[in-house]
Design a protein around this ligand. Structure first.
Ligand SMILES: [Zn+2]
Length: 291
């Protein structure tokens, strides 16, 4: 009742003060920094952890959990607590789809409790980048983890996002985790670490040779097979567009503007890494091909 007696004037003074105290509380306790991640079921026995950083695949088995990627270093505890929401068993293996820090950042944490596996080139890229949490196990062509009656396969299918991308396949669930070979908005070609759009087309065709109906991309929403076909088709289409422009005398400086095409969504995503960071290398790659 007393509250009602407070005049509007008083309330106007209290409210900003309350908000500033609340803001101080949030920033000093990190309330906003925690619980940034979500876990959702993809299929029975397979979940995905979303939020900042690469999508994590969470494969449950009767003998423990297999993770695909592990986001940033600061996410280790939250990943562990989200896994505990869907399984009583510990994480036993982590497969890194590639070396980037938003996919392998919690390796150092998981190496205390699990084995981390990556393609040989991904581990080499981590060494060159002076990254923490080097995988203790590598492979070159393909490998599998067998745990609790479940098989999770990892394939090297060729260059693409980098020179060390793993395609992870859950054969019993007809689902793949493509890492950053698949992206919901626009792909990034990491030319500094062996990325290649020519290689990427072949790699996409190899992915499509697998029997799957569902795909977890490195970033963005869950895809179906048609989304993956469309991704492959747009990779071919942007390569053809760049080649056509170069044959008509395109200057490297004009490439970022001239590549834009209303039919190619990647070139319309100004904040995507395709437009922001891939175009100079892409121009050079296609120029070398048509010389
Ligand atoms: Zn990446």
């Amino acid at each position: 009742m007393k509250l009602k007696n407070l005049g509007i004037k008083t309330t106007n003074k209290i409210l900003p003060w309350l908000l500033s105290v609340l803001a101080l509380f949030i920033t000093t306790t990190g309330v906003l920094a925690q619980n940034r991640l979500n876990i959702d079921e993809v299929k029975e026995g397979l979940h995905v952890i979303t939020g900042p950083g690469g999508n994590i695949g969470v494969r449950l088995t009767s003998e423990g959990v297999i993770l695909i990627d592990d986001k940033f270093p600061q996410d280790f505890e939250e990943i562990q607590s989200l896994v505990a929401q869907v399984s009583d068993l510990p994480v036993r293996y982590v497969i890194n789809t590639h070396h980037h820090g938003d996919h392998s950042g919690s390796n150092a944490g998981f190496l205390q409790v699990a084995e981390v596996i990556a393609h040989k080139n991904a581990r080499d890229n981590m060494i060159r980048g002076d990254q923490d949490g080097l995988p203790r196990m590598i492979y070159t062509n393909e490998t599998s983890v067998f745990l609790g009656g479940v098989e999770v396969q990892a394939f090297y299918m060729g260059r693409g996002h980098t020179n060390g991308d793993s395609v992870v396949y859950f054969p019993d669930l007809k689902t793949v985790h493509g890492g950053d070979l698949l992206h919901g908005i626009a792909p990034f070609v990491d030319y500094g670490n062996g990325g290649s759009t020519r290689g990427w087309v072949g790699t996409m065709n190899n992915i499509l040779s697998l029997d799957f109906d569902t795909a977890i991309p490195g970033h963005g929403s869950i895809m179906d097979r048609r989304d993956v076909v469309n991704f492959r088709n747009q990779m071919e289409a942007v390569r053809e567009r760049m080649a056509g422009l170069i044959r008509n005398g395109l200057d490297a400086d004009d490439a970022p503007e001239r590549i834009k095409d209303s039919g190619l969504s990647w070139t319309q995503a100004d904040d995507g890494l395709f437009m922001q960071r891939s175009i100079p290398g892409f121009f050079d790659e296609i120029s070398a091909e048509i010389e």
